[in-house]
Design a protein around this ligand. Structure first.
Ligand code: DAH
Length: 335
C-alpha cells in the first residue's frame, strides 16, 4: 500500500491547527462565535476529524502517535473553549451592569388600587358628620331579640306596626333586626343620659327585590337624650346634617308616625324634581323612656333613622339599588 501522507505531515497539520485554533478562540467575542468554533473544530465534520480521517492512509504503526496527538489536541481545544466562554460571559455581564442605569425617579407603572365601596364611603361620611357634632359610635347585633327590635320600642306583640316591617324570624324570640333602632335601647340600658350616638349597620326585611328594595340594606341610627331637648334640636341637627351631606338641596319635614317617636316626621330632599324620603325621625316617645327607667319629665330625646342606600343613590345618581350589590367592576370603578 503506497501512502499518500506521512506521519510528519499529519503531525505538522495538527501543530498548525493547534496554533490557529488557539488564536481563533482567543479572538472570539461572544458565545455564538465560540459555538461555531466548537462545531468547526470538534464536530464530526470538523477540522480535527479531517486530520483523523486522513490517518487511515498512514502505515498502522504510525497511527497511534497521530491518534494520541489528535486526542490531546481535542482536550486542549475543549479547555480553551470553556475558559474563553467564561471570560466572554463575564465581560458581557460587566458590560450590561455598567450600561444599565436604574432611574429610581421614573414613575411606577400603575398598580391598580382598590378603593372603598360607595356604600361604605357613604356610611363613613354620615358617621363622620355626626362625629363632628360630638356624637359617638355605638353598635348592636344583627341577630336581635324581639324585645329590643320591637317591644322596648313601644311595638307590642299585636301592634300593627309589626306588619310594616316584614321580619325574618329566627329560632325562639330571635330575629334579624328590621332597623337599627334597637341600638337605642341597648345603649340607653348601659349608658345614662346625656347620650349622643350614631349606629351604622345592616338591617333585614322580607321585601320583594326591585329597583328600590332589597332584603338587606343599611341604616344609620341617630339618638340624642338629654335634659330639655325639643323638636327644634331635632330639626336643627337634621338640617345641619343634610345640608352638610347634600349641599343646598331643598329639604322638607313631613308629619309621620313611628311607635317609638312622638311627634314623628319623615324628611324628604328634592331631587330631580321629586321629593325623595331619606330618613324617619322624631322625639323619643315617653313610653320608651319610661320603659328604660328614665323620667320623661326630666329627660327627653330625639332620634332618626337614615337610609344609607338612599343617600348613596342620590349622591351618585344611581338609578337601581341592585347595582350596589352586584360587584360589577364597570359600575364600582366609577366611584
Ligand atoms: N326605624 C325606622 C325604620 O326603620 C326609622 C326611624 C324612624 C328611626 C324614626 C328613628 C326614628 O330613630 O326616630 O323605618
Amino acid at each position: 500500500m503506497s501512502s499518500t501522507v506521512t506521519l510528519q505531515q499529519l503531525t505538522d497539520r495538527l501543530d498548525v491547527l493547534e496554533k490557529k485554533a488557539a488564536a481563533e478562540i482567543a479572538e472570539a467575542v461572544n458565545a455564538q462565535s465560540l459555538e461555531q468554533l466548537r462545531v468547526g473544530l470538534l464536530g464530526r465534520k470538523g477540522r480535527i476529524s479531517a486530520v483523523l480521517s486522513a490517518m487511515g492512509q498512514l502505515p498502522g504503526c504510525d497511527r497511534p502517535a497521530v491518534g494520541k496527538r489528535a486526542n490531546s489536541l481535542k482536550d486542549q481545544v475543549q479547555t480553551l473553549l470553556a475558559d474563553r466562554m467564561q471570560a466572554v460571559k463575564q465581560a458581557a455581564m460587566a458590560k450590561r451592569i455598567s450600561q444599565e442605569v436604574l432611574d429610581v425617579t421614573i414613575p411606577a407603572s400603575g398598580a391598580s388600587m382598590g378603593h372603598r365601596h360607595p356604600l361604605i364611603s357613604t356610611t363613613e361620611e354620615i358617621v363622620n358628620l355626626f362625629l363632628g357634632l360630638g356624637y359617638n359610635v355605638a353598635e348592636g347585633p344583627e341577630v336581635e331579640q324581639d324585645r329590643y327590635n320591637f317591644t322596648a320600642l313601644n311595638i307590642p306583640k299585636d301592634h300593627p306596626a309589626r306588619d310594616m316591617q316584614d321580619t325574618f324570624y329566627l329560632e325562639g324570640d330571635l330575629l334579624l333586626r328590621t332597623h337599627t333602632s334597637p341600638v337605642q335601647i341597648r345603649y340607653l340600658e348601659q349608658n345614662p343620659p346625656p347620650v349622643r350616638i350614631v349606629s351604622p349597620g345592616r338591617v333585614y326585611r322580607r321585601d320583594t327585590i326591585d329597583a328600590t328594595h332589597l332584603p338587606v340594606f343599611h341604616q344609620v341610627e341617630v339618638l340624642a337624650v338629654d335634659e330639655s331637648l325639643d323638636f327644634s334640636h331635632l330639626r336643627g341637627t337634621v338640617m345641619a346634617f343634610l345640608k352638610a351631606f347634600f349641599g343646598d338641596l331643598p329639604i322638607r319635614f313631613r308629619t309621620s308616625y313611628f311607635p317609638f317617636t312622638e311627634p314623628s316626621a319623615e324628611v324628604d330632599v328634592s331631587w330631580h324634581g321629586r321629593w325623595l324620603e331619606v330618613m324617619g325621625c322624631g322625639m323619643v316617645d315617653p313610653a320608651v323612656l319610661t320603659g328604660l327607667g328614665l323620667d320623661p319629665e326630666r329627660h327627653s330625646g330625639f332620634a332618626a333613622g337614615v337610609g344609607v342606600e338612599r343617600l348613596c343613590m342620590v349622591r351618585h345618581s344611581i338609578d337601581d339599588i341592585r347595582r350596589l350589590y352586584t360587584s360589577d367592576l364597570r359600575f364600582l370603578e366609577q366611584f
